[in-house]
Unconditional design. Structure first.
Length: 233
């Protein structure tokens, strides 16, 4: 009995070692292809917002990690587009924490003049048939951000219609579009206050800390004022 147990244990260990080696071998053989596929997927998402003809730099390499509550968290990557060395736009990865079923991850493209190039949903867990209308494949609602800025509409109108704003909500679903509108507005606020940081030529993509306490407090007061003026769902 003991001999059978030992043999079984050795065989299991051998299968484990062989299996791990095979997985490692396959990964090593496909790592470059996986990396290329990931890069292509990111570029496709970026080009949904920003035309590849609008810039001439390596937008994937020219990126920076940013950390700020207005962007929804820490270590969120921003891709900088430049033409002839001059800033054209930045595409931010943004997290909208107030989704109905959890955080909503977005790409928010902002031109150098502070207007929106476009917004796309990267991932979400919103209710199918209701909240998923934030996807461009489900409706054209997300396209309503194109060309907008903090002056169009004015700050206090950056909300869904139920809250006194200009953006439509969905029938039976207000929380999801409200979260996206707030996140896009906050990304515009961040860009307006941190334009120099966003386009700074950094040698490495190192995280950039949040704004100084006084500046962050001012932004928080502005955001709080708008939220207090808006009726809750």
């Amino acid at each position: 009995m003991m001999r059978n147990i030992v043999i079984s244990g050795v065989l299991l260990a051998l299968f484990g070692v062989v299996g791990t080696a095979l997985v490692a071998f396959v990964y090593q053989g496909t790592a470059d292809r996986i990396a290329a596929n990931i890069e292509a997927a990111i570029l496709n998402s970026l080009h949904d917002i920003l035309s590849h003809e609008a810039y001439d730099n390596d937008i994937l390499a020219d990126s920076v990690l940013l950390s700020h509550e207005l962007l929804g968290g820490r270590d969120l990557r921003a891709y900088r587009a430049r033409l002839g060395g001059e800033p054209v736009a930045a595409v931010f990865t943004v997290v909208a924490p107030g989704g109905y079923s959890g955080p909503i991850r977005l790409l928010v493209g902002i031109r150098a003049d502070g207007t929106l190039d476009g917004v796309r949903v990267v991932s979400h867990r919103e209710t199918p048939g209701l909240g998923d209308e934030i996807e461009v494949s489900r409706s054209d609602w997300i396209l309503s951000f194109d060309g907008r800025s903090l002056l169009d509409p004015f700050y206090d109108r950056w909300a869904v219609r139920r809250d006194g704003g200009v953006f439509d909500q969905f029938t039976g679903a207000t929380i999801t579009p409200r979260a996206v509108v707030t996140a896009v507005r906050d990304a515009l606020i961040y860009f307006e206050s941190h334009r120099d940081i966003v386009f700074a030529p950094l040698p490495d993509a190192q995280p950039v800390d949040a704004a100084p306490a006084e500046e962050a407090q001012t932004e928080a007061v502005q955001t709080e004022a708008v939220m207090e003026a808006s009726p809750r769902e």
